[in-house]
Design a protein. Structure first.
Lengths: 521, 419
C-alpha cells in the first residue's frame, strides 16, 4: 500500500468534494467509506423490489456553484435546465392549492392579486437579504482571532453590500435578521397557505417552530442556495440524489482519488499533538500528512480521536453541540400514482407541501418539545418516479417525503412510536390524496434513530448539528474552531457539521479543501 | 416577579409549607461556616481576627501574629487547612486522567508520594496550582485553592475514574516547625520518622487512620495531616497534648503567609490571577509566566493547554515573568510598583516582607518581559510608607534573586531532627 498525502474519512458528498478538490490541487487522496457505497445520506437506494428513492436528501436546491465549477460536474453528467425547476405546491384541505412556480415563486398562482403583489415584494426582499448573507453562508467564516487581509476585505464587502441596500432597507434587514418567520409573514402576507409553506420551509430540518425566535434564518439559509444560477430554485435530480453523488465521485476519481468502501475508521492516530493516520476497524493502520474528517464532528473527536488527546474545554464544547434530529423520511412504494386533490399534472411533479398554515406548523412542533411526535405532521412530498420512470416499475410510483416533527428522543421510544407515527402520517396523506393508503405496496419510515444507525448521523440530524443562530458561522461546529482546522495539527473537518451546514451543497467539503491547500496541508 | 410580590390570599397549609421551607434554609444565618476544628480554634481566638477562606471562618491571627510566625520557625505551629479544596480521584484511569489534566508527569509520582503541580485551560492559562497526593496506585487526592469540580468532571469524560469533592468530609492540619517531628513522635505516630520530604503514609488514630505527609507551605520541617471530619477534634487534642513541652501553638494565616513568602511559594489569586477568576484578558497567566514552567513535561502525552503553551514558547509570546526581589532597606514593599531606571513602570509586587530569617527585605513581583527575564538591571520599587497620615515615597533599588529566599536544612534532613 503506497501512502497518501490526505485521507478523507467518510464518503458522503462533502467528503468526496473535499477529496476531489484536494486531488485537483495535486494531492494523493484516499477516501475511506464505512458503508458499502459512497454518498452517505445522498444516495439512491432500492427500498422495495423495483422501487428506488433518494435516501434522505431528495431535493437539490443548494449545490454550490463553486463546487459545480471546481469539480466540473457539468462534464460528469450534472446539468440543470430551467425547465426542470420544480414548483412548490402549498396544499390545502379547504380548496385548491397555491403554487410557487420557477425559482422559489417567480410566479405565484392560486392566490388573490393583492397577495400576488405582496408576495412579489416579500420574495424580492427575502432574496435581497439572503444575498447579503450569501457570502457568509458559503465561504470560510471570518477568523476573529487572526483576521487576515482577505477576511477583512470580505467583511468589508458585506458592509458595502449592506450599505448598498439603502438606509431603510438596511435597517429593516437588521430588524428582521433574528425574527421568527411567523411574525414576518404576518406583517406582509395574508394567505395562510402561502404563509404555511414559508413557515414550513423556514423550519425544515431544525428543532424550531415558526414562532421560535430566529426561525427566519432557516428561510435565508434555503434562499442562499441556488440551482442553475437561480436563487431558491429546486430540482429533482434524474436518477435520484445518488446521481449527483455519482457525478461528484466521477470527478473525484478522474482527479485520481482512491475510494475504499466498507472501510470504517476506528481511530484517528495522534502522535505528539498531531494526527498522523487512521486505524481501520480491522486493525489496519494508514498514514497520511493530512486527515480530513467528513463525518460528524462529535464522532470525530469523542470516538475517533478520543477525549484524551484533546483539551477539556474543547470536549465540553463538542459535547454541547445540539444534534437531535426532528425530521423523519418516508418512502412509499405505490402500485399507481396518487392523486392529490385539485393538483394538476405539473403540480404532481412538483414539491407538494402539507403545511396548511403557520398555526398548523406551530401546533405540529409543540409536542416535539416534550418528546412526542406531531399528531398531524407537516411534510414535503415528492413523486420522483413521475419525471424519472427508472425509479419505479412501469405504472407504479415512488413517494418520497420529509416529515416533521419526529423528535429523536421520543418519550415512548421509536420502537413503540414508529407504527403510530406512520399511521398519523398516512392519515394526513389520505386527507390530501384520497385512496393513497390502498395503493401502498411497501412503506419505509426512517425515524431519526433509524437515520442515525443507517447513515451514521448522531441524533439522526442531517445537518450534523442544529442549524440555528448559536451554531452557525463562527460557532460551527464550536466557537474558536469554525475554520475547518482543529486543535490537532493535521486534522481537518469537512462535513455538514462545519460551516455553513447541511443540505447537498458541497460547501463544507470545498471550503475545507481550500483551507487545507492554503495551509499547505 | 410582579406576581410574586402581589398580595393574594394564601391558605394555611401553604403558609405552613413556606415556614417549613424557610426553616430548612437558614444556612444564610451562618455567614462563615466553621471547620471541624472550630471549637478548638474559637477557644484560642483571642484576637477575633477572622477572614473568609473558601466560605469558612478562618483566623488571620489567634493571639499575636509576630509570635505565631516565630512558632513556625522555632517551635511547632498548628494551622487548620480544612477549608482547602480537596478532591478524591479514584479508578483504573486515575493516573491517566491526572496526567491529562495537570502539567507534571503523574506516572512518575509513586504511591505514597506527593508533588506540587498546576493545571491549565485550553489556552494554556493556569486554572490553579495545588498538591497531588498519590494515596495508592489508583487513588489520589488533589488539593487546591479554588474549586474545580465541573472542570474535573468534564475532564473525566472518556476516563474510567470517579471524582468526588471531599473538602468537608476530610479535615486537615498543617503541623510545621522544627519541633513538629518530635511532637508527632511523642503523640505516638510510630514510624513517622521514616517519612522523607514529600512522602506520605497512614497511621492509626482514634479507631481510624490519619494520613500524614511530610509536606507544608513554610519551607520548614513540617507535616500535613488528613483525617475524617469526625476524628478531627481528637487529633487536635492528641497533638496539642503531645506538644506542650515542644511549644506547640495554633496559628492564623498571617504568620503562615510570611513563612510561605520566605520559602518563595506563590498563592493563587494573590500572586497571580487564576484563569477562571480573571476578568481582564491580560491578567491570565501561563505557567511559564508565574515561575511554574518547570512543571511542564513535554515528554509525556497530551495535557490540557499543551498546544497553546508550546505555541507561545515557540513564538516567544510569553509576556510576564514572576521573580523574587531583594529590596534595599527594611520597609516592606507590599504592592509597590516596579520601575526600570526609576521611570518606566514594568511590574508590581504581589507579596513583600522584611524576612527575619533571611535578614533581607524580600518580595515576589510580576514583571512585564523582558524585565525579570533578560533585563534584570536597574530595577526599582516605589514604596509608599505611611507615616502619621503622610506618605513617604521611597524609591528603592531591587535586585532579582533566586527563590526560595531561605533554605532550611531541617526541612529535608533525614532522619528529621529531634528538638
Amino acid at each position: 500500500m503506497t501512502s497518501s498525502d490526505a485521507i478523507v474519512i467518510g464518503g458522503g458528498h462533502n467528503g468526496l468534494v473535499a477529496a476531489a478538490a484536494l486531488a485537483r490541487a495535486g494531492r494523493k487522496v484516499l477516501v475511506l467509506e464505512a458503508g458499502s457505497e459512497v454518498g452517505g445520506a445522498a444516495r439512491t437506494e432500492e427500498f422495495a423490489p423495483g422501487f428506488r428513492v433518494s435516501s434522505i436528501a431528495h431535493l437539490l436546491n443548494r449545490l454550490h456553484p463553486d463546487v459545480m465549477k471546481t469539480l466540473e460536474l457539468d462534464k460528469h453528467g450534472l446539468q440543470f435546465a430551467r425547465a426542470n425547476f420544480m414548483p412548490s405546491v402549498a396544499l390545502s384541505r379547504d380548496g385548491p392549492p397555491l403554487v410557487l412556480h420557477g425559482a422559489y415563486g417567480e410566479v405565484l398562482t392560486g392566490a388573490s392579486s393583492s397577495e400576488q403583489s405582496a408576495w412579489k415584494e416579500l420574495r424580492a426582499q427575502l432574496l435581497r437579504y439572503a444575498g447579503i448573507l450569501k457570502p457568509f453562508l458559503s465561504g470560510r467564516p471570518p477568523d476573529l482571532a487572526g483576521m487576515s487581509l482577505l477576511d477583512t476585505a470580505s467583511l468589508g464587502q458585506t458592509a458595502l453590500a449592506l450599505k448598498k441596500l439603502g438606509k431603510e432597507d438596511m435597517r429593516d434587514f437588521l430588524r428582521v435578521l433574528l425574527m421568527n418567520v411567523a411574525d414576518l409573514l404576518d406583517e406582509q402576507l395574508a394567505d395562510i397557505r402561502l404563509k404555511g409553506l414559508l413557515a414550513f420551509d423556514a423550519t425544515l430540518g431544525s428543532h424550531l417552530g415558526p414562532r421560535s425566535p430566529t426561525s427566519l434564518l432557516g428561510l435565508y439559509y434555503r434562499l442562499a442556495g441556488e440551482t442553475g444560477g437561480a436563487a431558491g430554485a429546486q430540482i429533482l435530480p434524474q436518477g435520484g440524489m445518488g446521481a449527483v453523488v455519482a457525478a461528484i465521485r466521477a470527478s473525484a476519481e478522474k482527479a485520481g482519488v482512491a475510494i475504499r468502501i466498507s472501510a470504517p475508521v476506528a481511530k484517528i492516530i495522534v502522535e505528539n499533538g498531531r494526527a498522523v493516520g487512521v486505524a481501520l476497524d480491522n486493525g489496519k493502520v494508514l498514514h497520511a500528512r493530512t486527515i480530513v474528517s467528513a463525518i460528524n464532528p462529535a464522532t470525530t473527536f469523542l470516538d475517533l480521536v478520543g477525549p484524551r488527546e484533546i483539551n477539556t474545554g474543547f470536549v465540553r464544547k463538542v459535547k454541547n453541540i445540539r444534534m437531535k434530529g426532528d425530521a423523519a423520511k418516508l418512502n412509499l412504494a405505490l402500485d399507481r400514482p396518487p392523486q392529490f386533490t385539485d393538483v394538476d399534472a405539473a403540480g404532481h411533479k412538483g414539491r407538494l407541501v402539507i403545511a396548511p398554515s403557520p398555526d398548523h406548523v406551530e401546533r405540529a412542533f409543540n409536542p416535539s418539545k416534550y418528546g412526542e411526535f406531531s399528531p398531524e405532521p407537516v411534510m414535503e412530498v415528492t413523486l420522483p418516479s413521475l419525471a424519472d420512470p427508472s425509479l419505479a416499475p412501469s405504472g407504479a410510483c415512488v413517494l418520497s417525503a420529509v416529515v416533521q416533527y419526529a423528535p429523536y428522543a421520543l418519550k415512548e421510544g421509536w420502537h413503540a412510536g414508529k407504527p403510530k407515527f406512520l399511521k398519523a402520517i398516512m392519515a394526513q396523506l389520505e386527507a390530501y390524496a384520497p385512496g393513497i393508503g390502498k395503493s401502498i405496496v411497501h412503506a419505509e419510515l426512517l425515524t431519526p434513530t433509524d437515520i442515525e444507525t443507517r447513515y451514521r448521523m448522531p441524533g439522526g440530524h442531517w445537518h450534523h448539528g442544529e442549524l440555528q443562530a448559536d451554531q452557525m458561522l463562527i460557532s460551527r461546529p464550536v466557537s474558536g474552531w469554525s475554520g475547518y482546522d482543529t486543535p490537532l495539527e493535521g486534522l481537518f473537518l469537512a462535513g455538514a457539521g462545519s460551516h455553513p451546514g447541511g443540505g447537498v451543497s458541497g460547501a463544507p467539503g470545498l471550503n475545507a479543501a481550500r483551507r487545507i491547500i492554503a495551509m499547505k496541508g | 416577579m410582579a406576581q410574586a410580590i402581589r398580595k393574594k390570599p394564601v391558605s394555611k397549609s401553604v403558609n405552613a409549607a413556606v415556614s417549613a421551607r424557610i426553616a430548612a434554609q437558614d444556612h444564610f444565618r451562618t455567614l462563615r461556616l466553621g471547620t471541624p476544628f472550630q471549637p478548638r480554634i474559637d477557644a484560642l481566638a483571642k484576637t477575633q481576627d477572622w477572614y473568609n477562606w473558601a466560605g469558612c471562618r478562618a483566623p488571620h491571627s489567634l493571639w499575636d501574629e509576630e509570635l505565631e510566625y516565630f512558632a513556625i520557625r522555632s517551635q511547632a505551629a498548628l494551622f487548620d487547612i480544612s477549608p482547602m479544596t480537596k478532591y478524591r480521584i479514584e479508578g483504573p484511569d486515575a493516573e491517566a486522567f491526572l496526567d491529562r489534566v495537570t502539567l507534571r508527569d503523574v506516572t512518575k509520582l509513586k504511591p505514597g508520594r506527593v508533588h506540587y503541580t498546576a493545571w491549565c485551560d485550553d489556552e494554556g492559562f493556569v486554572l490553579d496550582d495545588g498538591t497531588l497526593f498519590r494515596l495508592s496506585p489508583k487513588r489520589f487526592r488533589l488539593c487546591s485553592q479554588e474549586r474545580h469540580l465541573p472542570w474535573l468532571l468534564d475532564s473525566a469524560i472518556g476516563f474510567d475514574v470517579t471524582v468526588e469533592e471531599e473538602t468537608e468530609a476530610v479535615a486537615g492540619l498543617a503541623l510545621q516547625g522544627p519541633t513538629s517531628f518530635a511532637v508527632l513522635r511523642d503523640a505516638g505516630f510510630a514510624g513517622v520518622e521514616k517519612l522523607k520530604i514529600f512522602d506520605l503514609a497512614d497511621f492509626p488514630h482514634d479507631g481510624g487512620t490519619v494520613g500524614i505527609s511530610r509536606t507544608g507551605f513554610t519551607g520548614d520541617l513540617g507535616y500535613e495531616l488528613f483525617v475524617p471530619a469526625d476524628k478531627a477534634l481528637s487529633l487536635w487534642d492528641r497533638l496539642m497534648k503531645a506538644g506542650v513541652l515542644r511549644g506547640i501553638r495554633a496559628i492564623g494565616y498571617t504568620a503562615l503567609n510570611r513563612a510561605r513568602l520566605e520559602a518563595g511559594l506563590i498563592v493563587a489569586n494573590a500572586d497571580f490571577t487564576t484563569a477562571e477568576h480573571a476578568i481582564r484578558a491580560d491578567r491570565l497567566r501561563m505557567p511559564d509566566e508565574i515561575g511554574l514552567g518547570f512543571m511542564i513535561d513535554l515528554e509525556k502525552g497530551h495535557f490540557n493547554g499543551r498546544r497553546a503553551i508550546l505555541e507561545t514558547r515557540a513564538k516567544r509570546k510569553l509576556r510576564h515573568m514572576l521573580v523574587g526581589l531583594e529590596i534595599e532597606g527594611n520597609i516592606p514593599a507590599e504592592h509597590a510598583i516596579v520601575y526600570h531606571k526609576k521611570s518606566q513602570e514594568v511590574g508590581l509586587v504581589s507579596a513583600a516582607m522584611w524576612s527575619p530569617m533571611a535578614k533581607r527585605n524580600i518580595a515576589i513581583a510580576s514583571l512585564a518581559r523582558p524585565y525579570g527575564d533578560t533585563m534584570v538591571e536597574d530595577l526599582w520599587v516605589e514604596i509608599y510608607a505611611m507615616r502619621e497620615l503622610q506618605y513617604q515615597k521611597l524609591m528603592k533599588r531591587a535586585k532579582v534573586v533566586a527563590r526560595p529566599f531561605i533554605k532550611l536544612d531541617r526541612r529535608t534532613a533525614n532522619p528529621p531532627a529531634d528538638f
